[in-house]
Write a protein that binds this ligand. Structure first.
Ligand code: URA
Length: 434
């Protein structure tokens, strides 16, 4: 077989066989196929697409390119959850302990990631002492003992994705549905859980800006998961404005703790309960997801989710008292208000612009090497639909360096649209796909 012929076949719209896909993935990981041929194939896929069978084969060969996490040492049902990413998305910090409090094991490997704020691992590391580095055996032991752990990747997971993603990033081939779906699902399948819940975000702060694209991506990922024997479900959720009120690592941990204390923002609380209801349903713990949601509401009210988070923090060497004393989290020395230029109603908050403002404040990474200011970020005092008076506080900006606040203020001016129109409430959930 020759790489040239596989590229030509896809360029001309042909359907690739399993052997051809395996030949390309394995050859690329083993350095027999050079970057220029793999990028030509990625571009051919970008234009010609892959059908579901081809995408599933691509995912499978990517999974098999490296280690797979063995969770067989964990007793009980293992659930995993993945978000396609959004601004202020701290659902894992609330959801993982809450679902674990209901008796479903949550063994989660998370990323740091580039972007407006750090990934879940960065957020968790704003808890003093918190560690995300554990051996596979320690990971299994913590999940068995506590019911939940959120750690960094161990082993050589999906090397094909690491190499291919870096190549796509510089060859304008990231935004291809089959390439995104196989990239996400290969990592989830390799992570070893029995069930996967995908939170596919759509809107101004999400990867997918249009509902029909989010639905198509979700369908494809669910079908790949099912074809590869995993109980997979997707919930399409709103990311047209930031989720909750806080954007930034320590600020998001603070908000997650407040949510588990029962005093979190309504949208974040509701979303976590809905997603959690689906996870309990996937685990066979309830007849319908709504029943699972009701049960989780009870656990939340009783403080069981907070207690579970405290146990998880202690097991991962962090300071457990943080769940009762939020002052133990990093605090930014510079905090300045951002006030409304006019009277009216908040019509829109462009989530992407808020994310960029948070990044300017120091909350995110521009390159893999950049360091993060864990205390930096934004707390939104007004959200879509809220009435505001002229000069009322819309948000508070947090940073370690004052010059960053001025730069971020400019971005935030772009983000907030104040008008006199009536604003319709936005849906939190668009669709569930299973
Ligand atoms: N996230 C991923 O993990 N992979 C993609 O291709 C895009 C977003």
């Amino acid at each position: 077989m020759r790489a040239y012929d596989v590229i030509l076949k896809k360029r001309n719209g042909g359907e690739l066989t399993s052997e051809e896909i395996g030949f390309m993935v394995n050859g690329y990981v083993e350095d027999r196929i050079p970057d220029y041929q793999m990028s030509a194939l990625a571009m051919a896929i970008y234009f010609q697409g892959l059908n579901e069978r081809e995408t599933t084969d691509l995912t499978r060969f990517m999974v098999e390119s490296g280690d797979q996490v063995d969770l067989s040492g964990i007793q009980g049902f293992k659930a995993d959850k993945h978000s396609t990413g959004g601004v202020g998305d701290k659902t894992t910090l609330v959801l993982a302990p809450l679902v674990a409090a209901a008796g479903v094991k949550v063994a989660k490997m998370s990323g740091r990631g580039l972007g407006h704020t750090g990934g879940t691992l960065d957020k968790l590391q704003s808890i003093p002492g918190f560690s995300v580095e554990f051996t596979p055996q320690e990971f299994v032991d913590i999940v068995n003992r506590v019911g939940v752990a959120v750690v960094g990747q161990t082993g050589n997971l999906v090397p094909a994705d690491k190499k291919l993603y870096a190549l796509r990033d510089v060859t304008a081939t990231v935004d291809s549905l089959p390439l995104i779906a196989s990239s996400v699902m290969s990592k989830k399948i390799a992570a070893g859980a029995d069930a996967i819940l995908l939170d596919v975000k759509v809107g101004s702060g999400a990867f997918m800006k249009r509902l029909e694209d989010a639905v198509a991506l979700a369908r494809l990922m669910v079908n790949i998961g099912s074809r590869l024997g995993r109980n997979t479900r997707a919930v399409i959720t709103n990311m047209d404005q930031p989720l909750g009120r806080s954007v930034g690592n320590a600020l998001e941990v603070r908000e997650a703790i407040e949510t588990l204390q029962g005093r979190g923002p309504e949208d974040l609380t509701e979303l976590c309960l809905i997603l959690g209801g689906h996870m309990l349903h996937q685990a066979g713990r309830c007849k319908v997801p709504e029943e699972g949601k009701k049960y989780l509401e009870k656990l939340l009210d009783r403080g069981d989710g907070l207690a579970k988070l405290k146990e998880m923090i202690a097991a991962q060497k962090g300071l457990p008292e943080v769940v009762h004393n939020l002052e133990l989290l990093p605090q930014a020395p510079c905090q300045e208000e951002f006030r409304s230029p006019a009277e009216g109603v908040v019509e829109k908050i462009n989530a992407e612009a808020v994310g960029l403002a948070a990044m300017i404040l120091g909350a995110g990474r521009e390159t893999k090497e950049s360091s993060i200011d864990l205390s930096a970020g934004i707390v939104l005092h007004k959200k879509v639909g809220d009435a505001v008076a002229k000069d009322e506080v819309l948000a508070v900006l947090h940073s370690s360096e004052r010059w960053r606040i001025e730069a971020a203020r400019e971005k935030l001016r772009e983000a907030y649209i104040i008008s006199n129109q009536e604003v319709k409430p936005q849906p939190l959930i668009y669709e569930v796909i299973s």
